[in-house]
Design a protein around this ligand. Structure first.
Ligand code: APR
Length: 321
């Protein structure tokens, strides 16, 4: 069987980790595209020269020519500026929309059959633009945010409870911004609700339980900003790359994973024509289905607020373009 081909549009911090993960996990041949002359070529040459040590055979190529992404099975887009301390993801709108426009045209022309996973921020608007410009079916154009936000929520739960993160399941829905919605009610450790475990830990003190849960939710919402502030220059890159790779593996391996993904909704969750984070089944056809889960009144309210924020962002983008 021929190797799969993965194109990375954007060879910066996230792009570099993506390339290394693709190589180490032998997901396929990798092409890294960037507009900075020499940089993607240099990075991929450096990575390729680790092949003997790490034991991978994939072809790795850096390029500044869209022609080289031809025949890609999956394209992951990280092109665009990252945040600086004090900026929200939405502050990147005008710069990154212009970049996303160019990138989407390149993908449309040279990789018309690819699955596209967008990571660039502000995510919900960028993936909307990418789908509109490529015109690819909605099953094939998606955004990576929910896997990362959920991973962050799970990480904080594991630290709080002193359990392996492997046993934690927690999901974050909605837009990838300050209004994202961590679903507290369903967060669990191997099926045991996190609420129940917190109640045990704090001897039934429900005020303390709520306080701890709220702190984890707030840290999740601000997790990207926390990293931006510490780095001082740039934004998170290890965890976004790992999260996108989980999506690539689900698609290429037809794993039918149920993951929160930024998907185009057409009536689901009462939303029409917008990309928002919801649970989907991810397999060889891309987004194979959107999973409708019942939200309680509080969750629905927060989800609606988040969807409105996404709508405003997309409207602002439409005015810019
Ligand atoms: N085409 C291709 N690549 C581009 C273009 C373009 N038109 N414009 C910029 N780039 C490249 C830059 O040259 C840079 O190498 O995109 C890369 C972005 O890399 P970083 O600045 O290191 O940013 P990174 O941390 O990888 O984040 C990328 O993902 O999470 C989001 O908010 C983040 O929007 C940001 C994106």
């Amino acid at each position: 069987m021929a190797r799969k081909k993965i194109a990375l549009i954007g060879g910066g911090q996230i792009g570099g980790v993506l390339a290394q993960l693709c190589a180490l996990r032998e997901l396929g041949d990798v092409v890294m595209f960037d507009i900075v002359e020499g940089m993607p070529q240099g990075k991929m040459l450096d990575l390729a020269e680790a092949n003997r040590v790490d034991g991978f055979d994939a072809d790795l190529k850096g390029t500044s020519d869209y022609k080289d992404i031809a025949g890609s099975d999956v394209v992951i887009v990280t092109a665009g500026l990252p945040r600086k301390p004090g900026m929200s993801r939405d502050d990147l709108l005008s710069t990154n929309a212009k970049i996303m426009k160019q990138v989407s045209e390149g993908i449309k022309q040279y990789a018309p059959n690819a699955f596209v996973i967008v990571i660039s921020n502000p995510l919900d608007a960028m993936v909307t633009l990418c789908q509109r410009i490529t015109g690819f079916p909605k099953e094939r154009v998606m955004g990576m945010a929910g896997v990362l936000d959920s991973a962050r929520f799970s990480c904080f739960i594991a630290w709080e409870l002193g359990v392996s993160v492997k046993d934690v399941n927690a999901m974050v829905l909605g837009g990838h911004g300050d209004t994202m919605v961590p679903i507290k009610r369903y967060a669990n450790v191997n099926g045991i609700p996190v609420y129940e475990l917190l109640k045990k830990k704090y001897n039934g003190d429900m005020r303390k339980v709520e306080e701890v849960m709220t702190a984890m939710v707030e840290r999740t919402k601000g997790a990207g900003g926390e990293v931006v502030k510490l780095l001082g220059n740039g934004s998170a890159f290890y965890s976004p790359a790992s999260s996108a790779i989980a999506m690539v593996e689900a698609i290429l391996g037809d794993q039918k994973r149920l993951l929160p993904v930024c998907a185009l909704l057409e009536g689901e969750y009462g939303v029409n024509g917008f990309y928002v984070g919801v649970p989907v089944v991810l397999g060889s056809k891309g987004i194979e289905s959107i999973v409708q889960m019942d939200l309680d009144a509080e969750e629905q309210k927060l989800f609606d607020i988040s969807c409105n924020a996404v709508k405003e962002l997309v409207e602002a983008m439409d005015k810019l373009l």
